[in-house]
Design a protein around this ligand. Structure first.
Ligand SMILES: [Fe+2]
Length: 240
């Protein structure tokens, strides 16, 4: 796919300066941004379709587990489709995820939360989208965890997502939340999103149709990356 990217819809994304999320105060620019059109460095990017993934790369229940063991926690399936703004599937895209374990603890040297590490859970996975843009992960539902933004702040259960589309301008790093979690409405990070409908698009819905009976609960999470203007065929409009 080639062509100029649609401008980012700034109103749907959080402003850089959101004092309720304390870290944003020092991270946000102090001057007005300058806008540039996209060029080849934004409209092209790495291709991952040829990358051979390991057998359990998208299975966090097993990819860090000892032989015969499995991660502890509520077993879930997270699946969905990667689409562009025109609703077209994006195949061959790399989706990477990382998350806390069932107790809310990351396997990271800077995470000192008192919840224990699970020896059979690493917390990272990756997948490449299929021809129809679909992807699937198997994992455990992460726990909520406290963080030092205020005297008593808790992150809702969430999974971090990083997605490389077909160009660097489509790169998306975001978080997925779980339907029905009362901590979403109290989370200073989630609440930086000005549009409530946009926030709802970060909340994966319980998907009983894909639930595996006696095994794992499914959540559906479709992801939309920036679209781009299509090149017209000479004789007719194609795919618009
Ligand atoms: Fe997190």
């Amino acid at each position: 796919m080639t062509g100029a990217l649609f401008p980012r819809q700034a109103g749907l994304h959080p402003p850089a300066f959101t004092p309720g999320y304390k870290t944003s105060v020092l991270r946000s620019p102090q001057r007005a941004l300058i806008s540039f059109g996209s060029g080849p460095s934004e409209e092209t990017g790495p291709a991952f379709g040829h990358v051979k993934l390991g057998e359990h790369d998208n299975d966090l229940l097993l990819n860090h587990a000892r032989p015969g063991q499995s991660a502890i926690g509520e077993r879930i399936i997270v699946h969905g489709r990667l689409l562009d703004e025109g609703g077209r599937p994006i195949p061959g895209a790399l989706i990477e995820i990382w998350q806390a374990n069932a107790g809310g603890r990351y396997r990271h040297k800077k995470d000192g939360y008192l919840a224990p590490l699970d020896p059979d859970f690493g917390g990272c996975g990756r997948a490449i989208t299929a021809e129809d843009g679909s992807y699937v992960f198997r994992t455990i539902k992460p726990g909520a965890y406290p963080w030092p933004n205020g005297p008593n702040e808790w992150r809702p259960a969430h999974i971090h997502f990083s997605i490389f589309g077909h160009s660097f301008g489509q790169r998306l790093i975001s978080q997925m939340y779980f339907e029905g979690d009362p901590l979403i409405a109290r989370c200073p990070i989630a609440q930086t999103i000005p549009d409530k409908e946009a926030l709802n698009r970060l909340v994966a819905a319980l998907d009983m149709a894909e639930t595996k009976p006696m095994d794992a609960i499914a959540y559906k999470f479709d992801i939309v990356l920036r679209g781009r203007r299509q090149t017209h065929f000479e004789n007719r409009l194609e795919g618009m």
